[in-house]
Design a protein around this ligand. Structure first.
Ligand code: NDP
Ligand code: MG
Length: 381
């Protein structure tokens, strides 16, 4: 029996994680459930899975939830609540499904408490990859990817020798605007940006997919997860999202992992690996039906976000923190209708240009830079 703590439980990944847990009651038990403000979704899943710890974003949300529960768990709120859930005594593994750098402190606390991590929250690894990977080593826990591309790479590396890898090839669907030229991106709306062709996901990552910052964040995520040089990480456009990613070896052999786009696959594998379990409702791949798969160059001029992410990754130190914080702040402004779509990459580039890199930032420095970048963008909007 594996006891799971889930932070960011009411979101797209969170709800699919609950579904996966419910499908295997003999193997998984939900120990802790942390969410933000979505009381309706929280009520439903908490009553169904009966976790011992429950945390909400603030006291008002918690008070709304309490009378709707059919039993009495231990209640928490805020960042402290996220940390309490992430370090819940009996939890074996923490699924990090919150969105944004708010996941950093709970993730580090979980690692320090000896919990394994199933990581969906890529922003944590982007903003502080060196701290997270060092803590994972120090405390001897495992860090398994939930992100579909990284899950694919992890599966392609099964049983392989690390020295034999020549490169990682991340596939990118191209997001909602993949068929638009840069000129056509002027004036696109929030609703258009939120319409992803292949995946149904939270708002922030859907915008990130449209700008290509998502793939940029994933390049940095891959660097830290697989300890691989940026020169050996390639991005290729693949509009069907059937090949989730690939690994090329030194003998030119390429391993790929395929499947229909359904995040429950990678979520389940992050919890069950190296074992494989069944998932009800996960449609099997029918290549005859699909017929053709397409691949194309991920052009760095068409996708400046990808260029910026490689630049931030190569600059290292605190630069990815700036890229991530600036992107989070800019996406929020865009979602609120306060800036245009193309302003997102402009704001990120500006924030990077004015930043002087700190080589090995401490947690305090990262939190401080993260805060400062957000404030600056908020004020300059
Ligand atoms: P959603 O926006 O759907 O969900 C985010 C979750 O985090 C919600 O439960 C939200 O609570 C909670 N949350 C946000 N801020 C706080 C806070 N301050 N305190 C407590 N809880 C908070 O995001 P996704 O599920 O789409 O994505 C989650 C992470 O997984 C992201 O890092 C994303 O990049 C990554 N990911 C997602 C994929 C997907 O298919 N969705 C695929 C690969 C990676 P509430 O809504 O109740 O306020
Ligand atoms: Mg992904």
């Amino acid at each position: 029996m594996k006891r799971i703590s889930l932070i960011g439980a009411t979101g797209s990944i969170g709800v699919q994680t609950c579904d996966v847990i419910e499908q295997h009651p003999d193997l998984f038990e939900l120990e802790a459930y942390a969410f933000g403000t979505n009381v309706d979704v929280a009520e439903e899943w908490i009553n169904r899975l009966r976790p011992k710890y429950v945390s909400a974003k603030n006291i008002e949300v918690l008070e709304q939830l309490k009378p709707r529960l059919t039993y009495e768990p231990l209640f928490f709120i805020g960042l402290e609540g996220l940390i309490a859930c992430a370090t819940a005594e009996r939890a074996d593994v923490v699924v990090t499904a919150v969105v944004g750098a708010v996941g950093l402190e709970p993730t580090l606390a979980a690692i320090e408490a000896g919990k394994d991590i199933a990581l969906a929250n890529k922003e944590t690894l982007v903003t502080a990859g060196h701290l997270v990977t060092a803590a994972v080593k120090k405390h001897g826990v495992s860090l398994l990817p939930v992100d579909s591309e990284h899950s694919a790479i992890y599966q392609c590396l099964n049983g392989e020798r690390r020295d034999d890898v020549s490169k990682i090839i991340l596939t990118a669907s191209g997001g909602s605007f993949r068929d638009k030229s840069r000129e056509e991106l002027e004036g696109v709306t929030v609703a258009e940006a939120l319409a992803h062709p292949n995946w149904s996901m939270g708002a922030k990552i859907t915008i990130d997919s449209a700008t290509m910052f998502n793939k940029g964040l994933e390049v940095i995520e891959a660097h830290w997860l697989f300890d691989i040089d940026y020169n050996d990480i390639e991005v290729v456009l693949h509009r069907e999202s059937i090949i989730h990613s690939m690994v090329e070896f030194k003998d030119a052999a390429v391993m790929a992992q395929l499947g229909n786009p359904d995040m429950r696959g990678p979520i389940l594998y992050a919890l069950s690996a190296p074992k494989r379990l069944e998932i009800e409702g996960n449609k099997r791949l029918n290549l005859r039906e699909i017929g053709t798969l397409h691949f194309a160059e991920a052009d760095l001029t068409r996708y400046p976000a990808l260029r910026l992410a490689y630049e931030a990754g190569r600059a290292g130190g605190s630069m990815p923190t700036v890229l991530n914080a600036a992107n989070e702040a800019a996406v929020e402004l865009f979602l609120n209708g306060e800036i245009a779509f193309l302003d997102i990459e402009r704001i990120v580039e500006q924030a990077m240009e004015t930043h002087t890199v700190i080589a090995e930032p401490t947690l305090e420095e990262i939190l401080q830079i993260d805060r400062a970048v957000r404030e600056q963008i908020q004020q300059g909007k």
